[in-house]
Design a protein around this ligand. Structure first.
Ligand code: NAD
Length: 436
């Protein structure tokens, strides 16, 4: 099938590449010409495990193309995906200007029936808005479909190729058939393509992300309580996770959720509820807890150094909002850097993939190390921010040689407490006993 993907960010590029992988002809279009040129030269603009191989193969086999010309991209496409940003507007609601702007441009260009799919995360009612904008700009027949994306950065290719489920919101028969045909190869093992109306589909995405964010905030509150009552959050997690009704996943406590989705999606759902005169109390608490949790690690650091961080040197392991991505949008690391630097501390960071993005954002506000051990040179303490695999079993002897003091603040609970006692570290993690 001929497909166009408008917007080649984390979602659009993975979508386009994975759709080409099953034999479709895909043209990806982006307004960022520098990015388009890069992709035309066969270079990936983002880090996403497994993507490079598929990207190269499909470009090589001429199924995956890039352009900055929308007309060229959609001319022959049966289905047009919009994978455009929906950042928070000033009031927290999702900014639909990218989606509605592209819908208008698409409408002006189409000459035959097209299925226009919103892959961006958009509030309930957006399909109606897209339809209205398009109707005002064309007399040609079209269908607007909601098809939210559930991929996780870091395992995006796997998630797209083998989704737990595909949600498609449309009441248009022709569109439904085309979408079923397109997704068929991805659900051969029997995972469902769930068809529903557009509004339910739009809300499903926000409900999923908000529920997951709720789990995180809930566990962070349990962790904070654990510290007060002398319990161990990792034990509690295992204890409740064994209950099938609760499940093992998304129960890790830490330093708050970040990334390009959870913060903005929880906020947008709360705003959407408010606009409909519904006070979504749980969501407001989820956000409040997260704001506090983002600062928990720095509070621990300040307490240890008796409020005086001036001139103190900190090594920081991890900058990305989670492992296996270079994405730093709303990353807890950024808040922690701000707080430490504002208090007069000197920060040297290492991240396997996200350092360039952080350099672009904060420049020389912090120092950057070539590897995780170099970051420790003469540091008063190490802060663990992202749970990259390489930080899980480090060479503690090499660490001892570099660190000025054997002090670790671990926002991800990577190390065994008994081991830290044996190694003689001061070790302050989240929701567990303080080793001092
Ligand atoms: N990143 C994720 O993990 C994820 C997962 C599920 C859903 N989503 C949702 O998918 C949407 C896209 O997210 P993302 O992370 O891929 O965003 P992104 O910022 O990485 O990418 C968006 C791309 O769209 C391009 N663009 C902007 N305006 C354009 C236009 N008029 N025409 C063509 N291209 C244009 C930008 O240049 C950019 O390359 C958002 O609504 C997001 O909430 C994201």
């Amino acid at each position: 099938m001929k497909i166009a993907v408008v917007g080649t960010g984390y979602v659009g590029l993975v979508t386009g590449t994975c759709l080409a992988e099953t034999g479709n002809q895909v043209i990806c279009v982006d307004i960022n010409e520098k990015k388009v040129k890069m992709m035309q030269e066969g270079k990936l603009p983002i880090y996403e495990p497994g993507l490079e191989q598929l990207f190269e193969r499909n470009i090589g086999q001429k199924r995956l193309h890039f352009t900055s010309n929308l007309a060229e991209a959609i001319a022959e496409a049966k289905i047009i995906f919009m994978a455009l940003p929906t950042p928070p507007g000033g009031d927290g609601s999702a900014d639909l200007s990218y989606v509605l702007g592209a819908a208008k441009d698409i409408a002006k260009l189409i000459t035959e029936y097209k299925v226009v799919v919103t892959k961006s995360t958009v509030p309930v009612g957006t399909a109606d808005k897209v339809t209205a904008v398009m109707k005002a700009n064309t007399n040609v027949d079209f269908a607007v479909v909601s098809n939210p994306e559930f991929l996780r950065e870091g395992v995006a290719v796997e998630d797209f190729m083998k989704p737990d489920r595909v949600v498609v919101g449309t009441l248009d028969d022709r569109a439904r058939k085309l979408m079923a045909e397109l997704y068929g190869p991805y659900v051969r093992q029997g995972n469902p393509v769930i068809f529903m109306d557009e509004r339910s589909s739009e809300l499903t995405k926000y409900a999923a992300n908000s529920f997951l964010a709720t789990k995180i905030s809930f566990m962070n509150e349990i962790a904070n309580l654990c510290e007060l009552v002398g319990a161990d959050v990792d034990m509690v997690r295992r204890g409740i996770g064994a209950d099938e009704r609760i499940g093992k996943r998304f129960l890790f406590s830490g330093i708050g959720y970040g990334g390009s989705c959870f913060p903005k999606d929880v906020q947008a759902l709360a705003k959407s509820a408010e606009e409909n005169k519904y006070d979504f109390r749980i969501l407001n608490s989820v956000m409040e807890v997260n704001e506090i949790q983002k600062r928990v690690l720095v509070e621990k650091v300040k307490k240890y150094f008796k409020g005086d961080l001036k001139g103190k040197k900190f090594a920081m392991w991890g900058l990305a909002f989670k492992p296996e991505t270079d994405d730093i949008r709303e990353a807890p690391a950024l808040y922690i850097i701000d707080d430490l630097v504002a208090a007069g501390a000197i920060v040297t960071a290492f991240d396997p993939e996200a350092m360039n993005n952080v350099k672009t954002l904060v420049g020389d506000k912090i120092k950057y190390a070539q590897d995780q051990y170099e970051a420790l040179e003469d540091a008063d303490a190490l802060l663990i921010i992202t749970e990259w695999s390489v930080f899980r079993t480090p060479d503690f002897e090499a660490m001892d040689e570099k660190l000025k003091s054997k002090v670790i603040f671990d926002g991800r609970n990577l190390y065994d407490l008994e081991k830290m006692v044996d190694l003689g570290y001061y070790y302050n993690s989240i929701g567990r006993k303080l080793i001092s």
